[in-house]
Design a protein around this ligand. Structure first.
Ligand SMILES: Cc1ncc(COP(=O)(O)O)c(C=O)c1O
Length: 385
């Protein structure tokens, strides 16, 4: 990793991460640089200095300025971007806003995040609709079978397709533009769960050809927790509402999302500071470092364990899921036991249930070095699943 002399453990001081732990789960909850937390605190103090003036006069413009910075980062026009608390809230807003009718079908991928699967099922059940699952092959090595499975799954009743941009369990980058092109031919609107994408891979949302895009900034874009964004194509904005309906109902997409009841918007106002931090490091350098390190970690683990990754290198970025030795079969209890064992050893990492087996998903961020994965490789090799 000599090509990235500014990264590695020397960056740990930028964050509040505790010493004595191998932090290998950046994809889980992100980690926020201190200076972003400070920017959030400055916004919070401004709010508390004169709450009435802040909410009535300052907040609307400040949120729109922050949205302009999001558009600069993820593409498109600032008026098509708004903030939400997290990917879950954004996905719920879109799905709840749909007019789903009895018999309709909502498509998702087999690696859909559990919370999103629940949301789809909840709304499908309420309206007499059903969820249809499109299989993502494990390991994910080729897009052709996925495209064919999508073609086969779309029917006259398909009301929505919901795709993960980067899957949680398999850490696989899904070719959204290709899937969206198929959906467009069949007039099926596309919702993208980009919980893991912004900051992990370059994203230009309008170029994807989708209808709604939700991205977390608190995972890979260095924002503070509770910072996510929603993009809505102009033609759907009148029908889209936040999950908490408030005074601005019917006044337009940004008006409705910018004010959804009194809440602490400080972390959203600090999102530009997070992106400034990112740009200060160099976006391309961060992407390249994290991908290179993630590949090295994958090679190390797969070689030590004699197992394989859940996606081939061209479908991976800063995360990789590697099958545990003896992990061909597993369940939630086994996954929890493994995670707890590793946590007791001072290793925080995601243990995933995928395709009926157990996988370890490691993340690579600017504060990681290849040595961070060594203890995991050794302990994982001795684990009896
Ligand atoms: C693919 C995917 N979607 C949605 C979420 C939910 O994100 P949040 O907890 O920020 O709502 C996650 C969280 O890890 C995820 O991995």
């Amino acid at each position: 990793m000599d090509n990235f002399p500014r990264f590695g453990h020397r960056r740990l001081g930028d964050f509040g991460l505790a010493n004595g732990i191998d932090h290998l789960n950046h994809g889980g909850y992100g980690a926020t640089p201190r200076l972003v937390l400070e920017a959030g605190e400055a916004a919070r103090l401004a709010m508390e200095a004169d709450p009435t003036t802040f909410f009535r006069c300052e907040l609307p413009d400040r949120l729109r300025n922050a949205a302009a910075r999001i558009a600069d980062f993820l593409g498109g026009r600032s008026e098509d971007w708004a903030f939400v608390e997290n990917a879950t809230a954004g996905l719920n807003a879109v799905i709840a806003s749909l007019n789903v009718a009895p018999g309709d079908e909502l498509l998702c991928l087999s690696q859909v995040y559990g919370a999103v699967a629940n949301t789809l099922r909840y709304h499908a059940d309420r309206r007499g609709a059903r969820v249809v699952v499109v299989p993502v092959p494990v390991p994910f090595e080729d897009i052709a079978p996925l495209l064919a499975a999508l073609e086969a799954a779309i029917g006259p009743k398909t009301r929505l397709a919901c795709f993960d941009h980067i899957t949680s369990a398999g850490a696989a980058i899904i070719p959204i533009a290709e899937l969206a092109a198929i959906c467009r031919r069949h007039d099926v609107p596309v919702l993208v769960d980009g919980a893991h994408a912004p900051g992990q891979v370059p994203v230009d949302v309008p170029k994807l050809g989708v209808d709604w895009y939700i991205g977390n900034l608190h995972k890979w874009a260095f924002a503070a927790k509770g910072t996510a964004v929603i993009w809505c194509a102009p033609e759907h904005q009148a029908e889209l509402h936040p999950i908490a309906i408030s005074h601005q109902l019917g006044q337009g997409f940004t008006a409705e999302f910018d004010y959804s009841g009194t809440r602490d918007n400080s972390n959203w106002l600090a999102a530009p500071a997070a992106l400034d931090y990112f740009d200060g490091l160099g976006r391309e350098a961060v992407y390249a470092h994290n991908k290179t390190l993630s590949e090295a970690a994958c090679d190390l683990l797969a070689a030590r364990w004699g197992t394989e990754a859940a996606a081939s290198p061209r479908f991976r970025a800063a995360m990789t899921s590697v099958r545990l030795p003896g992990g061909r079969r597993g369940d939630h209890q086994a996954a929890q036991r493994v995670a707890e064992r590793l946590r007791r050893e001072g290793i925080t990492v995601a243990v995933m249930l995928l395709d009926g087996g157990l996988w370890i998903r490691v993340s690579a961020q600017i504060y990681n070095e290849i040595g961070d994965y060594q203890r995991l490789a050794e302990i994982g090799a001795r684990l009896l699943v």
